[in-house]
Design a protein around this ligand. Sequence first.
Ligand SMILES: *[C@@H]1O[C@H](CO)[C@@H](O)[C@H](O)[C@H]1NC(C)=O
Ligand SMILES: *[C@@H]1O[C@H](CO)[C@@H](O)[C@H](O)[C@H]1NC(C)=O
Ligand SMILES: *[C@@H]1O[C@H](CO)[C@@H](O)[C@H](O)[C@H]1NC(C)=O
Length: 373
Amino acid sequence: MATASGSPSCRKHRTASSSFSLAAILLLISIMYCCPAGFVVAARERSAAAGGDSVMKERFEKWAAEHGRTYEDSLEKARRFEVFKSNAQFVDSFNAAGGKKSPRLTTNKFADLTNEEFAYAYGYAPVSTNYPTMRNGTGFMYGNVSLSDVPSSINWIDKGAVTNVKDQGKDCASCWAFSAAAAVEGIHEIRTHNLVSVSAQQLMDCSTGANNHGCNRGDMDEAFRYITGNGGIASEADYAYEKQQGTCRASGKQAAASIRGFEYVPPNNETALLLAVAHQPVSVSLDGGGSVFQLFHAGVFGAGRAETCTTDLNHAVTAVGYGTDEHGTKYWLMKNSWGSDWAEGGYIKIVRDDAASTTGRCGLAMQASYPVA
Ligand SMILES: *[C@@H]1O[C@H](CO)[C@@H](O)[C@H](O)[C@H]1NC(C)=O
Ligand SMILES: *[C@@H]1O[C@H](CO)[C@@H](O)[C@H](O)[C@H]1NC(C)=O
Ligand SMILES: *[C@@H]1O[C@H](CO)[C@@H](O)[C@H](O)[C@H]1NC(C)=O
């Protein structure tokens, strides 16, 4: 079992420079809030000159009603309308330019957030520059499995090894805990035929080593180490999610699942990742901070069009399957933790065997790991 450490992501705590840029973003937002009168008037004049925003306004009202969104005052509403409008225009032009294979975007629940606000709220942070780009895939237990011995597609949801989609919530970058929890739930079900949601909150409260910081990012590897050392992890029912870090209350709680350790998938190798996912759900990190991710609706991310993400690992999900869609596009099936009302029931398909990169699309093959049970 591997012992290497270090990580990026919604995973990594904010660096000085990222909190500086965060401060700059917040300052910018507050400046916009502090002097919105001129901003709004200017926007109104622009739209009046362009023949009116009435269609877009109607679309915004309908969206706000559908999502139960209310705003503090008319100035905030005007500001949110401008953000919505810009996102809606992005969605429309992306969808119009897409071919048959291309995925579709939509004005989803994140449509009144700028990409910067979205990134702050849902886990994005610039990756530390000293992140080791290669991790040694020591003790890869699936390394000797032949490709011809694994199925051409697999879906761990259908196989009953995946719990319901969770929602990490606004302003809590705890994706790392949900990614690790889903991987543990998967191998536990595969070994015991008992599907149980395990406690992401316990990981946030109790797995607090060098890299793990509750709502302020963390690392799945360290979470697996904690669960191994602790002799297991409680169920979600026994130790429920609170969307903020608290004191560790694991003592006296019954272990709902346990693991013996974890291993890394050899990096930058989608074949190795496939051999692992063929056997169990796998924790994956990737760039989930872009507008396409934010506003994703359906289809395969990255199919039939140019690069729409980077390899800055800022988010963590769980690979729960792979396959080939009706257009012949090979994909990974990823479980996210942004609620079941994002993308396809909370899941996203991402291009697999990416010809354009060795890292996997959005860096998905750069740092994958899985618990051993
Ligand atoms: C990977 O292994 C090589 C050679 O054994 C070593 O030099 C390197 O430091 C290792 N990298 C990491 C991230 O552990
Ligand atoms: C894979 O096969 C090689 C050669 O047969 C063997 O030395 C090695 O221990 C095997 N690795 C695993 C993880 O089973
Ligand atoms: C990728 O991983 C597979 C399975 O472990 C291995 O057989 C293959 O040699 C690896 N490819 C590269 C380029 O390292």
